[in-house]
Design a protein around this ligand. Structure first.
Ligand SMILES: Cc1cc2nc3c(=O)[nH]c(=O)nc-3n(C[C@H](O)[C@H](O)[C@H](O)COP(=O)(O)O)c2cc1C
Length: 237
């Protein structure tokens, strides 16, 4: 299995997203998958210009020349695309969204009835057959991920990819105050990566465990009070 993992955090390797992704990819690699990780924040990826040259002038090829020229071949080589993104204003990061928008060059201008009975553009070239969402967010409630998950599933459908799973771990403010609280989830993510590489899927019970928040709202708020103290000190008050 060839995996392309895009880390869409603006903080790149320093963020919680990177910790989650490292755990997942350690399991994937341990199970024999070939994994390539790209930090989107290190790449120069301009927003889509909507010029539609990729559909009407140079089919399948974007008119812009930037670091997407590294991402396109990596996408073409991958069986599984891991979209690792923090929640930014209730959705994926702008960094990841720019990459996804630029993948409109995978589409032909024509119209077809998709397998889900929705009208789609047929593919010019194929995105990875499967996609997986990995995310974190500051606040403690799993409901925070609802718009992101809906967007992720819609994007997978746009690209005729199967949305394999959503792995969403909330509470990053507290998890950064007490990084050891994330350890059990990192272990679960490593197990998920291993299972994925070996069997092509994540067992439902494991998925359920991963998506169970590491902290209760009460635990989160208790740690959050110390976080507020740190903020006040930094503000000089
Ligand atoms: C621009 C921006 C918007 C954010 N919006 C939300 C949000 O809507 N809900 C939330 O729970 N966290 C939100 N966060 C917090 C991030 O999801 C959180 O800090 C996460 O840990 C960032 O990922 P990282 O640790 O990999 O950098 C936002 C952060 C930024 C920078």
């Amino acid at each position: 299995m060839k995996v392309l993992a895009l880390n869409g955090s603006a903080r790149g390797g320093k963020g919680v997203t990177a910790r989650l992704l490292a755990a997942l990819t350690s399991g994937l690699t341990g199970g024999g998958a070939q994994v390539r990780v790209m930090e989107v924040a290190r790449l120069k990826v301009a927003p889509c210009l909507a010029c539609l040259k990729c559909m009407l002038k140079t089919p399948g090829v974007c008119a812009q020349h930037d670091d997407m020229e590294q991402v396109y071949p990596a996408l073409q080589a991958a069986d599984l695309l891991v979209l690792a993104t923090p929640v930014y204003t209730d959705n994926m990061s702008a960094q990841i969204k720019a990459v996804i928008d630029r993948c409109i060059c995978t589409m032909q201008p024509f119209l077809t009835q998709g397998p889900d009975d929705r009208v789609r553009h047929p593919a010019q070239w194929s995105m990875p057959g499967q996609m997986l969402l990995l995310s974190t967010c500051s606040f403690p409630e799993p409901a925070t991920f609802a718009p992101l998950v809906a967007t992720f599933r819609a994007q997978a459908a746009n690209f005729f990819s199967q949305p394999l799973a959503e792995l969403c771990i909330p509470g990053s403010i507290a998890l950064q105050m007490e990084p050891q609280r994330l350890e059990p989830h990192l272990e679960l993510l490593a197990q998920a990566g291993l299972a994925l590489a070996q069997s092509g899927q994540i067992p439902p019970a494991l998925l359920e465990q991963i998506n169970r928040p590491p902290l209760s709202p009460e635990q989160y708020l208790e740690i959050g009070r110390r976080y507020e103290e740190v903020c006040r000190q930094r503000l000089g008050g």
